[in-house]
Design a protein around this ligand. Structure first.
Ligand SMILES: Cc1cc2nc3c(=O)[nH]c(=O)nc-3n(C[C@H](O)[C@H](O)[C@H](O)COP(=O)(O)OP(=O)(O)OC[C@H]3O[C@@H](n4cnc5c(N)ncnc54)[C@H](O)[C@@H]3O)c2cc1C
Length: 461
């Protein structure tokens, strides 16, 4: 079944309408106290907190397309207050206590985003919700227990608990559930509404946003765009999955694809069968996991990895996933929500996330050059970008705060391998994850070694 719409950035923009015009682009040379490249969550949160701290500051955000064009306007709307599984790596370079402090701060990002939305009048369909990760075979159940233990070890014991199949059934009806991991303190959002509202809030505070302005290159104190040069003592690079397109950054972060589908709104009788009244963020414990949400108007969105990576870090700008990716996502939808199988897929789209070689997000500022950056969130950037934005603001203002010393600040990591090794490694990893999932589903064996090897291959964990 072909989706009614493919690409066009994302379903979230079909929901609210793509911007019909662009904010004015840069046509004349200009200056700023802080210039930010990229108007996604990271760049906009940085601008927001800079202006909050010092309303007189001259802050300019430069965006190639429009604010929210990137992953911030395309994601699964999981606002999580947690980060990917790399706590050990951060602790190795700093300390366990420092990582726990960062975990505690990250948890505050969800209430902070909800607070700012209320204060700024941003309607982003936010609902506080739990994450519910379903295990549907013994191997997944074992992985779920590992995930719970990991949360408990790294400061989230108060947020995580195991649900029995009967407890899951009280919330949603999904086949073959052997148990689930519930994590509290999260929220469901409509991402394009949040990023659009945040851009407008920044503008109200006096941030200048130049759209349709591609940064061609940048260096200490200077940004080159097609028609104008920007002089700024502090320049913050907030381009995440697109970073590889900037000169000198090709192998820094790997642009990994993530794709989604959205059903048409499902009728009340289907929702009666499925349940899901708490709008939980539902995923599974597959190695190549999925992430789903129930939208404001009763659609189901399902996200997962499709074709994971394009040769030589190429981008797909309009968000058009290939047919095989759409087929796989539809299969995931029908596996977990068979009641939705009779209804059409309304939209399919994709975007890029940034993956550093050690899968650890970073934020930083080189005080000598005034060049800063944040990103590499590996698909958990909706809330992490808020902490990154706050941290970038503190670093730019040279404030001696606790968050400006967290383990991810100024962390350096080696580059990805040149091609064809990069392409081969990532594709092999995802092939192995898929094989592992198929074997686990078929044989009910303990977690497959194929997945462990695939993860090791690319340094995932
Ligand atoms: C399909 C998908 C699903 C996801 N689901 C989730 C989820 O449910 N939960 C979660 O936590 N995370 C999720 N993520 C990840 C999350 O969306 C990102 O980590 C986060 O949005 C990154 O924000 P950002 O501002 O750093 O980057 P982006 O939002 O990608 O913004 C970067 C901006 O830089 C601009 N830009 C690029 N190059 C240039 C240039 N040369 N000059 C000027 N501007 C430039 C781009 O146009 C873009 O607007 C998902 C990502 C994808 C793609």
């Amino acid at each position: 079944m072909q989706p009614n719409h493919i690409g066009d950035v994302s379903f979230w923009y079909a929901d609210i309408g793509l911007p019909q015009t662009r904010r004015p682009s840069l046509t004349e040379n200009t200056t700023a106290d802080v210039a930010i490249i990229g108007a996604g969550f990271t760049g906009l949160w940085a601008a927001y907190y800079l202006k909050k701290a010092n309303p007189a500051l001259n802050v300019l955000v430069i965006e190639k397309e429009f604010a929210g064009f990137g992953a911030s306007g395309r994601n699964g709307g999981w606002c999580m207050g947690t980060f990917a599984w790399n706590h050990e790596a951060y602790a190795k370079a700093t300390s366990r206590e420092a990582v726990l402090e960062m975990v505690r701060e990250l948890e505050t990002t969800v209430p902070e985003i909800i607070r700012v939305c209320a204060e700024e009048g941003i309607d982003a369909d936010i609902i506080p919700a739990e994450e519910l990760m379903l295990a549907t075979n013994p191997a997944q159940l074992a992985r779920m227990h590992e995930a719970i233990a990991h949360h408990e070890l790294w400061g989230n014991a108060h947020r995580v608990r195991e649900l029995s199949p009967a407890e899951v059934k009280q919330r949603i009806t999904a086949p073959n559930v052997l148990g689930a991991m519930a994590v509290s303190g999260m929220a469901r959002i409509q991402p394009a509404k949040l990023v659009r509202g945040l851009a407008e809030a920044c503008e109200r505070m006096g941030v200048r946003i130049a759209e349709a302005t591609e940064v061609l290159s940048y260096d200490q104190g200077e940004i080159i765009t097609p028609k104008a040069v920007v002089k700024a003592p502090i320049i913050l690079r907030c381009t995440e999955g697109f970073t590889a397109t900037l000169p000198g950054h090709k192998r820094e972060w790997l642009p990994l694809n993530s794709a989604q589908i959205a059903t048409v709104p499902l009728p009340p009788e289907v929702w009666e069968k499925i349940g899901w009244h708490g709008h939980e963020l539902i995923g599974d414990m597959n190695n190549a996991y999925c992430y789903c949400q129930r939208t404001r108007e009763g659609r189901i969105t399902v996200g997962a990895r499709g074709v994971p990576y394009k040769y030589a870090s190429q981008m797909d700008n309009n968000g058009e996933p290939d047919a095989e990716t759409i087929r796989r996502l539809t299969e995931v939808l029908h596996t977990h929500f068979p009641e939705a199988a009779a209804y059409p897929i309304d939209h399919a789209w994709c975007g890029v996330i940034a993956v550093p070689r050690d899968w650890c997000a970073t934020v930083g500022l080189d005080r000598k050059t005034g060049l800063g950056w944040a990103g590499g969130y590996v698909g958990t950037g909706v809330s992490t970008a808020n902490l990154a934005g706050r941290t970038l603001a503190d670093l730019a203002l040279n404030r001696d705060t606790a968050i400006a010393k967290f383990p991810w600040v100024n962390r350096r990591v080696r580059q990805w391998e040149p091609e064809p090794f990069r392409w081969f490694g990532v594709h092999l990893m995802y092939k192995l994850l898929r094989i592992a999932d198929q074997r686990e589903a078929r044989l009910g064996i303990p977690p497959s070694k194929f997945a462990a090897f695939g993860n090791w291959l690319t340094g995932r964990h």
